[in-house]
Ligand binder design. Structure first.
Ligand SMILES: Nc1nc2c(ncn2[C@@H]2O[C@H](COP(=O)(O)OP(=O)(O)OP(=O)(O)O)[C@@H](O)[C@H]2O)c(=O)[nH]1
Ligand SMILES: [Mg+2]
Ligand SMILES: [Zn+2]
Length: 277
């Protein structure tokens, strides 16, 4: 069915995942048009700040509405994993209050051991995949949920969607042998219904995941075991400097030091250049 935005919605955007109210011809017959007259309240909104290439610094851009699971797709090789990017997508999940799932693809090319141990202290669930391999576990984790796939170009998002959804027909393309980068094959986000129930949203590969809009408090909220330790911190503490009270908190055995290392890595991941490549 084709629907256009009714004028009374004004400049308010509609994004993939939005639930909308329609009027007019909703038969879906060719040459018919329905009108979107209302966007229902959103249960979540995944955002990223615009990056330098968008030339509108600091502006938040919505990515997907109403997702309840953020599937961070990372190839174990070709293109190589970039933990900084994974960290940033995890922060985006905390920010949007969406549960993360780490999806490690191309296990036929490299072993997942190192990445798995890097993320173990964060308690992030993960699945390991290789093309043509068993999809039972990922199917189980996607069942009856609205999951959005995010990750660099060429990590295998569309390949996974095609394996999970018969007739999805998402275009896939090779990773450039010279640069090791994907070709940005998918150019728009598309939501597809899973045969077992639930929705999966394929998105175009991102080069960066700007997080300028995410506060220290938001990241800290993902570390409930450390929150109490920040009571003694100076006002406006970034939890990255010498004055931070968290070092003493973990030294006195109140929390696991590796958790503090992870918190700081995630806090630091918000800073710096927008390009994560
Ligand atoms: N060896 C191997 N190759 C894979 C696997 N999964 C995907 N590929 C290949 O990786 C390449 C890129 O896959 P795509 O599915 O197009 O990647 P994408 O993440 O959708 O990329 P964009 O749409 O550009 O964001 C294709 O040549 C796939 O065949 C895997 O598990 N193992
Ligand atoms: Mg794709
Ligand atoms: Zn602090």
């Amino acid at each position: 069915m084709v629907a256009m935005k009714a004028r009374e919605l004004g400049r308010k955007g509609i994004v993939v995942g939005d639930r909308v109210a329609l009027v007019g011809d909703v038969t879906g017959n060719s040459d018919t048009l329905a009108r979107v007259v209302r966007v229902e309240p959103r249960s979540s909104m995944l955002r990223r700040s615009a990056d330098d290439t968008d030339n509108t610094d600091g502006i938040e851009r919505p990515v997907v509405a109403n997702a309840d699971q953020l599937v961070i797709v990372t190839a174990l090789a070709d293109p190589p994993p970039r933990p900084r990017m994974i960290d940033r997508m995890l922060v985006a999940a905390f920010d949007a209050d969406i549960e993360p799932l780490l999806c490690l693809t191309k296990a036929d090319l490299a072993s997942p051991g190192e990445l798995v141990s890097l993320y173990a202290p964060l308690g992030v669930p993960y699945v390991v995949l290789h093309k043509g391999g068993d999809l039972d576990e990922v199917r189980r984790r996607l069942l009856d949920r609205v999951s959005v796939l995010v990750g660099h170009s060429g990590v295998g998002k569309s390949t996974l969607v095609n394996a999970l959804v018969p007739d999805a027909n998402r275009a896939v393309s090779h990773v450039n042998a010279v640069t090791g980068r994907g070709r940005h094959t998918s150019t728009s986000a598309v939501a597809l219904e899973l045969p077992e129930g639930g929705w999966i949203i394929d998105t175009p590969g991102v080069r960066s995941f700007g997080l300028a809009h995410v506060s220290v408090e938001t990241v800290l909220a993902g570390f409930p075991d450390l929150v109490e330790g920040t009571v003694e911190c100076p006002k406006g503490c970034t939890h990255l400097g010498e004055e931070c009270a968290l070092d003493a908190w973990v030294e006195t055995g109140h929390a696991d030091p590796v958790r503090l290392v992870s918190l700081r890595r995630l806090l630091a991941s918000r800073e710096g250049a927008a390009d994560d490549d």
